[in-house]
Design a protein around this ligand. Sequence first.
Ligand SMILES: [Zn+2]
Length: 268
Amino acid sequence: MPKNSMKFLLHLIIFVLLTIITQIGGMIYLISILAIRKTTEKRGLKRFGIFVLLYLIATYLIVPNIAPIFGREKIKETESLKAHSIFYTLANRNYVRPELNKSIERISAEFSNRNNGIKMLYLDANFPFIDKFPLLPHLSHNDGKKIDIALIYETNGNLTNKKRSISGYGVFENPTQNEFDQTTVCKEKGFWQYDFPKYLTLGKINKDIEFSKRGTRELTNLILIQSEIGKIFIEPHLKTRLDLSNEKVRFHGCQAVRHDDHIHIQLK
Ligand SMILES: [Zn+2]
């Protein structure tokens, strides 16, 4: 392949990846390439510097002010509501509709009040712009109405803010021998992707903590009593284990991925 075509292909791959991961990153990459002339010395380094600068300005100063035009807001972090990892805010995956923003603020404050300041940590929400623009790998986080919440863990009976995986996804609270095993059922039906998040942990951590039935149940019940929340997804064996009878608790289907590493919540 000629050198120019190789370069074009590389730029294209970076553009697509940045767009998939951060929505705005691909556009900013394109601007950085166009901003630095071909003949400039140390072109690569300068482009990289411009990209980082523009990306940070856009992410932290510009996008939060434009998103409301598209009906979405940056998640308002409080003492009780935080992203599980800086990745979610750095990659613009922390946008929701205003009703959802208010709702999660209320849920987390109440949960934290009742539990000595234990926080509600969120994972992927939605991108700031454009309905139907998918936030991969999720099927439905494309309209500002969805957000994933980390499970609650404990150590020696006390709730903790620690989680079991670096990304927040992929460490499953497996069914016990006596519980219904949805994952095996889905995989036997040929839905190979059902436990795919096992590849998305970015590393398993805090092996000394364990799933808190009490904490996760209390948080889930606080979510369920919010009138604007329409549905939540959690794996069937956890629904039974946590004794959740509310009709808002649904099964997401085998075409999705397993939900025993996080809870998915969405507006009506
Ligand atoms: Zn979700």
